[in-house]
Design a protein around this ligand. Structure first.
Ligand SMILES: *[C@@H]1O[C@H](CO)[C@@H](O)[C@H](O)[C@H]1NC(C)=O
Ligand SMILES: *[C@@H]1O[C@H](CO)[C@@H](O)[C@H](O)[C@H]1NC(C)=O
Ligand SMILES: *[C@@H]1O[C@H](CO)[C@@H](O)[C@H](O)[C@H]1NC(C)=O
Ligand SMILES: *[C@@H]1O[C@H](CO)[C@@H](O)[C@H](O)[C@H]1NC(C)=O
Length: 225
């Protein structure tokens, strides 16, 4: 074999190896083994319900504002409407990835605690905004978020939550939810889909009567089918 051919084959092998690597890295994320998202009150997210998908950033003020009217609507419709929450940690909210990862950690420890923690982030999110945490190290921010979350779910969880931040799988879950959001074309929060369709003005905080206006006709239409 001449040197020229040898190096040609080598180049092809290197290219194949690189391509394989890209495929394997991609395979870590898409599609995930289980569809992601947090299911509100474990309601059935299926074809018998009106399905709302909400994309939220736990440290986003507009997400926080949109939460109470959505919950009011969900309480009103009870089992006829289901909610699946996906997290989209926005890059310009400095601590959002840590907060989102904390939610995935809690969801793995005690699924019923996920929404209480999300609600607490919405309520007290100011202290994790960029400006007040500007001088804190990443490690300090993780510690503060661990303490904050433990204060919501119970201090007996503190060590498990802390350990969760050393578990690469919780990092992966948080990345998967981010990638899922972008794959649905979502780049801001809050953002809503209803029965798989994007709502007009889905980036606006909808109030309770807006939700009623969206869902009432669907409930009526479903009855008549
Ligand atoms: C899980 O979380 C829920 C809601 O915060 C709480 O009521 C329940 O006691 C927790 N379960 C355990 C085993 O800690
Ligand atoms: C951060 O550090 C700078 C310089 O020491 C100080 O001026 C500023 O007030 C600090 N900011 C916060 C939010 O602690
Ligand atoms: C997490 O990992 C870091 C370094 O890899 C280590 O210093 C730290 O003690 C670990 N924390 C826990 C809670 O296991
Ligand atoms: C809800 O928002 C709509 C605009 O989206 C507005 O017209 C309406 O007055 C608001 N209703 C309440 C009760 O605030």
């Amino acid at each position: 074999m001449s040197g020229k051919h040898g190096s040609g084959i080598l180049t092809v092998l290197i290219l194949l190896a690189l391509q394989l690597q890209v495929l394997l890295v991609g395979g870590d994320y898409i599609p995930p083994a289980k569809p992601g998202g947090f299911l509100y009150k474990n309601r059935h997210f299926d074809y018998d319900t009106i399905r709302i998908e909400a994309f939220y950033d736990p440290l986003c003020p507009d997400s926080a504002d949109s939460w109470p009217p959505l919950i009011q609507a969900l309480d009103h419709y009870a089992a006829r409407v289901s909610l699946l929450v996906h997290l989209l940690p926005l890059p310009y909210h400095d601590n959002s990835f840590v907060a989102s990862r904390a939610l995935h950690i809690v969801n793995g420890l005690n699924r019923s605690a996920t929404f209480p923690v999300l609600q607490s982030f919405f309520k007290y999110q100011e202290k994790f905004y960029g400006a007040p945490t500007r001088n804190l190290s990443r490690a300090t921010i993780v510690d503060e978020i661990v303490k904050f979350v433990a204060s919501v779910v119970g201090n007996s969880y503190q060590t498990s939550i802390k350990n969760g931040f050393n578990d690469t799988n919780t990092d992966l879950l948080t990345r998967v939810s981010f990638k899922y959001a972008t794959s649905r074309g979502v780049s801001g929060t809050p953002f809503f889909y209803v029965n798989g369709f994007v709502l007009p003005d889905a980036g606006n905080a909808l109030n309770y009567s807006d939700w009623r206006n969206v869902i009432d006709p669907l409930i009526g239409a479903k009855k008549s089918i």
